[in-house]
Design a protein. Structure first.
Length: 212
């Protein structure tokens, strides 16, 4: 089901999944091109959660999806505020699930818990963007025009405490690991239904434990 939510900068779309009552999981896609590469995967997770009796929401944050906000106007502060407004708009006890740099966006929301998959800090993303710009030899970032204010925000953007999930090939600290491929590295959007089902099992068990 497609709904909308309001934030200080306007109105954006939001996909809703699952039952009309109980806790809801709000998903944060990674920033920029990685959002396009992982969106189908996240939708698959939310649909699998709905089958397990857990509601979900996937907002288009400013500069994502069908948002009319251009990338050169995005700001971490606005993305965080919009995500917080999304969680509030559900009208229910909310949890976040975030992929990669999406983990930067849930810090202002009132949440019962956070679940992060392969979270990426602001400085880590900034270094990656700098490599992309140098490789391209231009002033943009793989076709994205980004403001200096946004890049400064990234340099200071950290992560909140969360249940942290990583692929088994990732040596960083994690609460759990799963076998799979990093979809955000693919040249085109892709999906991994088997991994999505495993994630849905983990998220559902985590939400039930938090609710108990």
């Amino acid at each position: 089901m497609i709904e909308t939510y309001d934030w200080a900068g306007g109105r954006e779309a939001m996909l809703r999944f699952g039952p009309p009552e109980g806790p809801v999981v709000v998903a944060a896609l990674p920033l920029l091109e990685e959002a396009n590469r992982t969106r189908t995967f996240v939708v698959t997770i939310l649909r699998a959660l709905a089958e397990r009796g857990i509601a979900g929401a996937l907002p288009d944050l400013p500069g994502q999806g069908d948002s009319v906000v251009p990338t050169h106007q995005i700001a971490i502060a606005n993305l965080r505020s919009a995500f917080a407004d999304t969680a509030r708009a559900t009208g229910r006890r909310a949890y976040s699930i975030a992929i990669r740099s999406g983990a930067l966006l849930d810090s202002k929301a009132i949440l019962a818990g956070r679940w992060h998959f392969s979270p990426q800090t602001g400085p880590e993303l900034l270094r990656e963007l700098s490599r992309v710009r140098q490789a391209g030899g231009g002033d943009d970032f793989a076709g994205n025009s980004l403001s200096s204010a946004f890049l400064t925000e990234l340099g200071n953007a950290g992560l909140e405490a969360a249940r942290t999930i990583r692929l088994d090939s990732d040596p960083k600290n994690a609460d759990a690991r799963f076998a799979g491929a990093p979809l955000w590295r693919r040249a085109e959007p892709d999906n991994d239904p088997a991994l999505a089902a495993l994630f849905a099992d983990d998220i559902a068990a985590w939400v039930h434990a938090c609710e108990a």
